[in-house]
Design a protein around this ligand. Structure first.
Ligand SMILES: *Cc1c(COP(=O)(O)O)cnc(C)c1O
Length: 468
């Protein structure tokens, strides 16, 4: 079903606004609706009221751009509460959720065990600004699981982890340039807003204004899955590259897997060039496997950034790696990096309990099984309905594109049909399925999702895809 949309202007950006459910639809849309099984009416009037006010208070009505639904049209759903695999909005609509607060909710939203530990910690205090043993406990869990990490520093977000690791790579090597890949997202630090994925790709923004020319000049960009391109960049900037940073499985220009040999090739080239290799596992860490993508693929980088799951729903990021490199960080070494709330006991507690839950027998097998069932179910339904569609999953991370494929880099991802994605997204929302509001974002499964949830989602998908 084509969602009728009208445009209005807010500053210079065009917002696509879906009509209210009770609004009269144009006659061509009515005809289309009659031809298909009409989805249940979705009343979002309270969401709309709150979001209208938010737009007068917060830039674009949000505190992080992709939440605004700009690329799929319509207004965002305003959440009221979450539990397990589900979210409820302020109009009391219930959705099966595949965003999981963009990854952290892998143990299920508002997990009872995490909540219980948090309540107990609240009584003891939320921030000390002094050492506490919980920092050791989480550090030990991370070092035990993630192959590259011998020492770790906790920060408050993935962005902060990536900014800090870049400074570390420069400090350790004495070189200034960094090589990233087009479509990969490493947070909103100046140096990384060059060919960035996530919201930057979703909004189709050029590289951001406000970034110093000198920062973007020090950032080199190569094509994902293209080792020849990487070798070319190293030849052009011989002895100048401090490090290579990448998402070992891309989730920020849609879901893109590394081709066989790509990660191994990067490991080999960075060794030859005496350059550091950093896996940005903010998304993949503790999600693809116990030790992240490096554990799954058996390729060990020098440094790793983490976030999302490591905070179990509270703001935490981390960077870690070889001890000799990490000892460059103050106060062990000269590279300065600090944080008032870093390592606070509340966030450490949520991270510890979440990693302990993930440690249990069969968790990753279960995530892999139900995620595979979902993504294969959706792709089959798409093919049956005559749509080009390709995708995949590892552990609890998945994605698919409305294009023939294969998708091996950002350029390929851009061939997918954004209008079809917008209609798909709206159709699923109307059937009670909450998906990331952008075709450039991966999907996330949690341990709380049941086979029934998956089958309900596939049935909704089949319904939507038939009429897309
Ligand atoms: C989300 C993400 C970041 C940024 O983390 P924030 O906590 O949003 O600052 C960095 N890198 C990757 C790969 C991410 O997915």
């Amino acid at each position: 079903m084509q969602i009728p949309q009208h445009t209005c202007f807010l500053g210079q950006r065009v917002l696509l606004v879906a009509p209210r459910p009770n609004q009269r639809q144009p006659s061509h849309a009515r005809v289309a609706v009659q031809a298909v099984a009409a989805p249940p009416k979705l009343d979002t009037s309270t969401s709309e009221r709150i979001f209208e006010e938010a737009k007068t208070l917060l830039p674009g009505g949000v505190n992080s751009p992709v939440r605004a639904f700009n690329s799929v049209g319509g207004q965002p759903i305003v959440f009221d509460h979450v539990k397990g695999a589900y979210v409820w909005d302020v109009d009391n609509n219930k959705f099966i959720d595949y965003v999981g607060t963009w990854g952290p909710a892998i143990a299920g939203h508002a997990n009872d065990e995490v909540n219980k530990a948090l309540s107990a910690q609240l009584e003891k205090g939320t921030s000390f600004g002094a050492p506490c043993e919980l920092e050791n406990d989480l550090a030990k869990l991370v070092i035990d699981r993630v192959p590259s990490v011998e020492m770790v520093r906790f920060v408050n977000s993935g962005t902060e982890a990536c900014l800090s690791v870049l400074r570390l790579m420069r400090a350790y090597t004495g070189r200034e340039k960094v090589l990233k890949f087009s479509g990969c997202y490493h947070g909103h630090g100046d140096s990384f807003l060059v060919s960035a994925g996530s919201g930057v790709a979703t909004l189709g923004l050029p590289d951001s204004p406000g970034v110093l020319k000198s920062s973007s000049e020090a950032t080199l960009t190569a094509t994902y899955n293209d080792l020849d391109d990487v070798r070319k960049k190293f030849a052009e900037h011989k002895g100048e590259i401090a490090g290579v940073i990448l998402e070992p499985v891309v989730g920020n220009s849609g879901y893109i897997e590394p081709q066989p040999g790509f990660l191994e090739g990067l490991r080999e080239i960075t060794r030859e060039e005496d350059t550091l290799l950093c896996f940005d596992e903010v998304m993949t860490g503790f999600r693809l496997a116990k030790g992240g993508a490096q554990d799954h693929f058996g390729v060990t980088p020098d440094l790793t950034t983490m976030g999302k799951i490591i905070g179990g729903g509270l703001p935490v990021g981390a960077y870690g790696g070889r001890a000799d490199i990490m000892k460059t960080v103050a106060p062990a070494g000269p590279m300065y990096q600090a944080g008032t709330l870093s390592g606070n006991p509340l966030a450490m507690t949520a991270g510890i309990v979440t990693l302990q839950i993930l440690e249990r027998q069969g968790t990753y097998e279960y995530l892999d099984k139900i995620t595979g069932r979902l993504v294969n179910g959706i792709i089959d339904a798409a093919h049956k309905a005559g749509h080009a569609c390709c995708g995949g999953h590892i552990g609890g991370m998945f994605g698919f594109f409305f294009t023939e494929g294969p998708v091996t880099c950002f350029e390929d991802a851009k061939k997918a049909d954004p209008k079809k994605f917008a209609r798909w997204h709206r159709g699923m929302l109307e059937r009670g399925i909450y998906l990331a509001p952008s075709m450039y974002e991966a999907g996330f499964m949690s341990l709380a999702h049941t086979t029934d949830d998956i089958d309900e989602t596939i049935a909704a998908a089949a319904d939507v895809l038939r009429d897309l």
